[in-house]
Structure formats: C-alpha cells, structure tokens
Ligand binder design. Structure first.
Ligand code: UD1
Length: 338
C-alpha cells in the first residue's frame, strides 16, 4: 500500500515507518520536524535498504497538505503528528488545541477530498484520565485530565463521529500505554528535546552521565513498593501493532479502539533496577514529592488487540531497557551527535 505517515520522523513514527518499509509498503513521511530530526529517516532508509519520500510540512498549512496528497496519492494514513508534553499543554492550551485538533481536522478534510478514508490514529492511554480501575479496558469512559489528553480525546470523538456519518471510513484508534526502548540496532530511538518529561529517557540520560540523578515522584502510593506503576511497552512491539491495525481496518470498515500495552505493570523502582542491570551501572535516584496529576497505577487490558488483531507485545522490561540503553550509549546526544 501507499501510506502517508504524519509525524514519521518522530520516535514512534520512525519505528513504524521502518516496519512499514520492511513489510513492503511505500511510505511518504510528512513532518514539520518541530520535535524530530530528518536524521531518523536517513537511518530508517539505511536499516531497511529502501527509500521513502519525505515532505517537510505542517498540518496547519492546508496548501502544503493538499500538495502532499496530490504528490504521494496515499491509500491510507497513519497519523502521529502532534504535540505531546503535558506540562506545556497546561501552559499553552491554544497552541495544543490548534496544533493537534485543527491540524487533524485539516488532515481529515484533505483525506476526504482525496477519497482516502483509512486512518490509524496515535491516541494514548492518557484518555482514561485518572481512572485507578485497572486493567483499563477500551469501553471505559474517556476522561482526560489535561489539555494534551483532551486533544487526544477530542480527535477520537471527531473520528468516531466521522465513522458514524460516513460508513466508508476505516478508523483505528490506538491507545498507547508507555512506549520505551529502541530498535535493536541502536540506530533509531527516542530523542527528546530539553529535559525529558518521561521516566525512561530521563533514566537513560542519567545512566549515560548527562544528568546527575533520577527524581522518583512519590514513594507513598498504595503499590507494592510505593512508587507509580505503568505498563511499559517496547516501541518495536508498538510499531507492529500499527501494521496489524492497518491490516484489520483495510479489511473492515468502521471505528475501532485498541489498547496497545503489555497488560503488565512495572514500578519506578523496578524500572530503575532493570535499567541499572542493562547498563551495567547503578542509576542514582532520590525520592521526591508526587507529580500532580499522576495516577498510582495504570496498565492495559490488552486482550482486545490480541483477539481482533492477533497482536501482543513480545518484549520484556529487560529487553526494553537493553535496547533503550544501546541507543542511548551509541547516541549520547541523540541525533544531534550525528
Ligand atoms: C506521561 C503523561 C501522559 C503521556 C505519557 C506518555 C503526565 C502526568 N502524564 O504518562 O499524559 O501520555 O507520559 O508520553 O505527564 N517518574 C518519575 N520520575 C521522572 C519521570 C517519571 O518518578 O523523572 C514516574 C512517574 O511518576 C510515573 C512513571 O515514572 O509513575 C512514568 O512516568 P512517565 O514516563 O512520565 O509516564 P506517565 O506518567 O505514565
């Protein structure tokens, strides 16, 4: 298939683009490089031995979007492009709603004009909000607790309304749990700008000596060791989930929601222990206050994706830390060091 991947230069986008190329699809990546580097795409081509088309454009630029569709004539879209920092979304809600929601509306209008009605959307477990009822199942109500999460929720609603209005739409809404790890080559991985907000990239930067220690946000949660529990999933498993979802909706119109997680929770201290083992050095840490808005426990019920897509996560927490570390060690400054 000819596939347009928005945000394909980013962390999850680059791993999915690689998987698409390896599966024989033809890929055009559209990315504004706001939070990513074209170097990731150079490496994706090197790893796959195949070339892709890259268009540097913003979803808010309707003319550029129109030109990209005319040029690449996609049969399906995988839509990753979006802003994703929770704290920034609280400070700059208009920036987030415009970028994520208006950008997606532009994309959907363009798709409709070009008779392209197959889309896999990068949603997030963040749509479940502060729900502490675990495991989280797809039929639980959405109740995001910050502007970033609400952009994901609103886009899910828009796509769902679209599917109701026009049964030709084929929509997969993928709710990611906590993506970590890197391609096992160590050539592509997560490259956050500035201070990482998420646990794994922070831990990796401490392990490589870029930062002094990890601040563990809370050790008084009602969890076995008092620290927060999350469902970490290897980014290569996540990428495979996109191909499985694309396959499914290609054969069946409608709107579908799937959690992409392992179904298992790991605590912050378990992650620190696994990462220290992978890196062969102790990662220093210190306990501090809880981070506002954090749930104690979050993990997926991953049975729907297993049942419908025949997909399940294959990698363990040790695999995730090993691969994340390989990427970090080989690229201590991310793509900027290339
Ligand atoms: C965060 C976002 C969520 C987003 C997801 C993936 C918040 C409140 N939630 O989820 O909306 O979808 O990332 O991008 O930001 N931790 C530390 N020290 C750190 C960083 C994290 O102890 O320096 C802890 C957290 O308290 C949590 C766990 O590590 O228990 C994972 O945190 P993180 O990687 O930020 O993911 P989420 O909080 O699940």
């Amino acid at each position: 298939m000819r596939i347009l991947v928005t945000g394909g230069a980013g962390y999850i986008g680059s791993h999915t683009t690689l998987a698409l190329l390896e599966a024989g699809h033809d890929v055009t990546v559209l990315d504004n490089l706001a939070n990513s580097s074209e170097e990731s795409l150079r490496r994706v081509q090197e790893l796959s031995g195949r070339s892709l088309d890259f268009i540097k454009a913003d979803l808010l630029d309707e003319q550029a979007l129109e030109a990209a569709f005319a040029q690449s004539r996609p049969e399906a879209v995988i839509h990753f492009a979006g802003l994703k920092a929770v704290g920034e979304s609280v400070a700059k809600p208009l920036y987030y709603y415009t970028n994520n929601v208006v950008g997606t509306l532009n994309l959907l209008q363009c798709m409709d004009r070009h008779d392209v009605r197959t889309i896999v959307f990068s949603s997030s477990a963040t749509v479940y909000g502060a729900s502490e009822q675990v495991p989280l199942t797809e039929d639980m109500p959405m109740d995001a607790v910050n502007p970033y999460g609400r952009t994901k929720e609103q886009i899910e609603d828009i796509l769902s309304d679209l599917g109701t209005a026009d049964p030709r739409w084929r929509v997969a809404l993928l709710r990611y749990f906590n993506p970590v790890g890197a391609h096992e080559s160590g050539r592509i991985g997560e490259d956050p700008t500035g201070v990482p907000n998420n646990l794994l990239p922070f831990v990796a930067q401490v392990a490589v000596g870029r930062r002094e220690k990890v601040m563990v946000f809370g050790n008084d949660y009602s969890t076995p060791d008092g620290t927060g529990v999350r469902d970490y999933i290897h980014v290569v498993d996540l990428a495979a989930g996109h191909l499985a979802a694309l396959d499914y909706v290609s054969g069946q119109a409608g709107v579908y929601r799937w959690n992409l997680g392992t179904g298992n929770g790991s605590s912050v201290l378990e992650v620190l222990a696994a990462f220290s083992k992978a890196a062969g050095r102790e990662v220093p840490y210190e306990f501090t206050d809880r981070r506002p808005g954090d749930a104690a426990v979050s993990y997926a019920d991953a049975t729907a994706a297993q049942r419908d897509l025949g997909w399940s996560a294959k990698h363990s927490l040790d695999d995730m830390c090993r691969d994340h570390w390989r990427w970090q060690e080989q690229n201590p400054q991310g793509y900027a060091g290339a």
